[in-house]
Design a protein around this ligand. Sequence first.
Ligand code: HXC
Length: 257
Amino acid sequence: MDYATILTSVTGRAGLIQLNRPQQLNALNVTVMEEVATALEAFDQDERIGCIVITGNQRAFAAGADIKEMADATAVEMLLRDNIKRWDRIRQIKKPIIAAVSGYCLGGGCELAMTCDLIIASESAQFGQPEVNIGVMPGAGGTQRLTRAIGKSKAMEMVLTGRSMGAREAEQAGLVARVVPVEAYLDEALKLANEIASRPPIAVRLAKEAVNKAFETPLSDGLDYERRLFYFLFATDDQKEGMRAFVEKRPAEWHGR
Ligand code: HXC
């Protein structure tokens, strides 16, 4: 499919979505978010794909929602357009999504990265929620996801001052899984995506669901939920194959059934 603001490709079993508005530092306008959601849904439906990577370019993952697009909007227009509803489609994606981040990852860009399941950062990545500097606040999950990722004090400091945080600090704070040199961050993300894609897909899918549940429920409900999914996996061929292969000391062959 042809998109106007993103590029898509496939590397092995990883689907890649690259934000492609370099002149605007990949500012997320309505078209970008519509296309990202549509491309994610297409990869989610494609049996050849086991994991999805979203990236930008070396200078910018994304410098936020498109300020020019919303500068003159009234509150009622914002409410009726409800552009942020597109973001809910990302939460419905069943396959793991990796954000491969380099350069500016600000505002809605940081929120998009945090909506993904994990973040691989280049050494030049800068994360921040600078909305307060333009008279607003995060609106697509920043106050919630950043707080859960790095804790209240650090999140407050960032959201209230708009200061951004470098890759190393983000790694120490638990926002990113791994920091790699700028030349290597995308290859590293695609390698990780293919590693995940080589695992049994139903176990991967339910494990993602269970980890995400940790953000939605009290511990006892989350533990019950996890246990039910764990027992359910014993209904899959891949569980039988995986455990038999272990016992027989041979590599397992996954069928996604
Ligand atoms: C629209 C943007 C943009 C944005 C950059 N550009 N960020 N356009 N929306 N968020 C455009 C600039 O206008 C400029 O276009 C071009 O990209 C290059 O940007 P410069 O500012 O010239 O680059 P530089 O001097 O290197 O500064 C980089 C920067 C700065 C520090 C990242 O661009 C910046 O502060 N951007 C805004 C960051 C921000 O406030 N993000 C939060 C947005 S609100 P022209 O045509 O002038 O050359 C938000 C709310 C989310 O995200 C709510 C839920 C969706």
